[in-house]
Design a binder for this molecule. Structure first.
Ligand code: GDP
Ligand code: IMO
Ligand code: MG
Length: 423
C-alpha cells in the first residue's frame, strides 16, 4: 500500500499533470486536494493533448478512480465542460469520478469579485477563476458546499442570503450592477441534477480504500511557493498546495502518507505578480519561454522564466518533507551554451541562511550563481540516466547535491513516453 503526495515544488506549472499521468498506472485512486480551475495540468498522449483543470490527471488511465477532495473549490461550469470534453474523447468519467460533499462551490459572484479585486491597488495577477473570494467565504463560514445541492430549500436560502450581501457590496462599494438571484439559483439547481451521482463521503471512501490495502496518489495543484502560508505571500493562491494540504483537503490521515514526490522544473517559471529572484527579463528568459512553450495552460499568459533555484528547492523540500524529486523539462535546456544555477541569496552583501518569507526581502535579494556548461545536444530521445549527455548528468548531479534531493524521475519532453525512472 502506498499513499503518495505529489506536489509542485516551485510556482506551479512544473509538469505535475504529466507525472501524475505517468504514475497513476501504479495507483488505484488519484485525488485532487486543493485549488480549483485555476490549475491547468497538461497531459500529452501521442498527438492528443488534454488540459485538466479540476479532474485529477489520473482520469486518462482506464480503471483508475478519481476523486475531488473537500479542499478543492469546484466551479460547476468548468467541471461540466471538463466532463463533457473527456466523455466526447471516449474517456469514461461517470462511475470513475467522485466529488466530496464538503467541497465548496465557486459562485458567479466569486469570479466577479476576483476580477474587481484585481483592479484595485494590490494586483496579484490571479487566474480570475474566483478562487480567493470562494476560500474567503469558506473561512468566513458562509460558503455554499456540494452538500447544499442535496437540499433545494437550503440551497436556495443560502444563495439568497449570500447574494443579498454580495449585491449590497457590488452596488454600494463597487458601483457595479447587481446579480440576478433567480438566474443563479436556476443554474445551480440544474447543476445539481447532473452532479448528484458523483457526490460521495470522500474521507470514509478513501479510508476504506486504504483498509483494503489499495494505493492512493494525492495530486497537488499550483506549487509550494504559491501556498497561502509557506509561499511568497501575498503573491500566492488561497489554498495549501504543499504536502500538508493533502491531508486536510482529502481526509487521508497524515500517518498514512508513505512518500512525497516534488515536481521540479529544470529551470524556474512563475505566472502573475510577485518576487522571482532568478527571473531573466532578457533574451535568455525569452529563449526559455519559447523553447519551453511557457504560456499558461489556463489563461494563456506568458510565464516569467529564470534559472534553476536550488535555495528555493531546499526550502520547498523542507516544507513538503519531499522523499524524492521528478525533474521535468530537462530537454528545454538542450540548446544553451551555459546554464546557471542559483545556490543562495545575498542581501546587502551577506548570504541568507534561511529562505526569506517577506516580499520586501525577496525583492531585494541578489541570487548567487554557479555556471555550468550546456550539453548542446538533444535529450528528447533519452530513456535512461545512462543515455543522457555527460554535461546533463553533471547538471543533474549538481542540482541534486546543491538542493539536497534524490531524483526518482526525469522528463525530457511533453509526451507520456518521454520519461524515465532513476534507480
Ligand atoms: P502543471 O500545471 O504542473 O501540470 O504543468 P502545465 O501543464 O501547466 O505546464 C507544463 C507544460 O510543460 C505542459 O505544456 C506540458 O505538456 C509540458 N511538459 C511537461 N513535461 C515536459 C518535459 O519534460 N519537456 C517539455 N518540453 N515539456 C514538458
Ligand atoms: P497549476 O496547478 C501557476 C497563480 C496565479 C497568481 C496566483 C493567485 O497549473 O500549476 P489564483 O487564481 O489562484 O487566485 O491566483 O497564483 N496560479 C498559478 N500559477 N500554475 C497554477 O496552477 C496556478 N494557479 C494559480 O497566476 O499569481
Ligand atoms: Mg499548470
Amino acid at each position: 500500500m502506498s499513499v503518495t503526495v505529489l506536489v509542485g515544488s516551485q510556482w506551479g506549472d512544473e509538469g505535475k499533470g504529466k507525472i501524475v499521468d505517468l504514475l497513476s498506472e501504479r495507483y488505484d485512486v488519484v485525488v485532487r486536494y486543493q485549488g480549483g480551475a485555476n490549475a491547468g495540468h497538461t497531459v500529452e498522449i501521442g498527438d492528443q493533448k488534454y488540459v485538466l483543470h479540476l479532474i485529477p490527471s489520473g482520469i486518462l488511465r482506464p480503471g483508475v478512480v478519481c476523486v475531488i477532495g473537500n479542499g478543492v473549490v469546484v466551479d460547476p461550469e468548468a467541471l461540466l465542460d471538463e466532463i463533457n470534453l473527456l466523455e466526447k474523447n471516449g474517456i469514461t468519467v461517470k462511475g470513475r469520478l467522485f466529488i466530496s460533499q464538503n467541497a465548496h462551490l465557486i459562485m458567479p459572484y466569486h469570479k466577479l469579485l476576483d476580477s474587481i479585486a484585481e483592479q484595485g491597488k494590490q494586483k496579484i495577477g490571479t487566474t480570475g477563476r474566483g478562487i480567493g473570494p470562494c476560500y474567503i467565504d469558506k473561512y468566513a463560514r458562509r460558503g455554499i458546499k456540494i452538500n447544499d445541492l442535496l437540499n433545494r430549500d437550503v440551497l436556495k436560502e443560502k444563495i439568497r442570503s449570500n447574494l443579498e450581501e454580495k449585491n449590497n457590496l457590488l452596488r454600494k462599494v463597487y458601483n457595479v450592477e447587481e446579480m440576478d438571484i433567480d438566474k443563479i439559483i436556476n443554474q445551480y439547481v440544474e447543476f445539481d441534477t447532473i452532479i448528484d451521482e458523483y457526490i460521495k463521503d470522500v474521507p470514509s471512501y478513501l479510508n476504506s480504500v486504504l483498509a483494503e490495502g489499495k494505493s492512493i496518489l494525492l495530486e497537488g495543484a499550483q506549487g509550494t511557493l504559491l501556498d497561502v502560508d509557506f509561499g511568497t505571500y501575498p503573491f500566492v493562491t488561497s489554498s495549501h498546495p504543499s504536502s500538508g494540504g493533502a491531508c486536510t483537503g482529502s481526509g487521508v490521515p497524515p500517518t498514512k502518507i508513505t512518500d512525497v514526490i516534488g515536481i521540479v522544473k529544470a529551470y524556474t517559471t512563475r505566472v502573475g505578480e510577485g518576487p522571482f529572484p532568478t527571473e531573466l527579463p532578457d533574451e535568455t528568459g525569452e529563449k526559455l519561454r519559447s523553447i519551453g512553450r511557457e504560456f499558461g495552460a489556463t489563461t494563456g499568459r506568458p510565464r516569467r522564466c529564470g534559472w534553476f533555484d536550488a535555495f528555493l528547492i531546499k526550502y520547498s523540500n523542507m516544507i513538503n518533507g519531499t522523499t524524492s524529486v521528478a525533474i521535468t523539462k530537462l530537454d528545454v535546456l538542450d540548446e544553451f551554451d551555459e546554464i546557471k544555477i542559483c545556490t543562495g541569496y545575498e542581501l546587502n552583501g551577506k548570504a541568507l541562511k534561511v529562505y526569506p518569507s517577506d516580499p520586501l526581502t525577496m525583492r531585494n535579494v541578489k541570487p548567487v550563481y554557479v555556471t555550468m556548461p550546456g550539453w548542446k545536444t538533444s535529450t528528447a530521445g533519452c530513456r535512461s540516466f545512462a543515455d543522457l549527455p555527460k554535461a546533463a548528468k553533471e547538471y543533474l548531479d549538481f542540482i541534486s547535491k546543491e538542493g539536497e534531493f534524490k531524483i526518482s524521475i526525469i522528463s525530457v519532453g511533453p509526451e507520456r513516453s518521454q520519461t524515465f525512472f532513476v534507480d
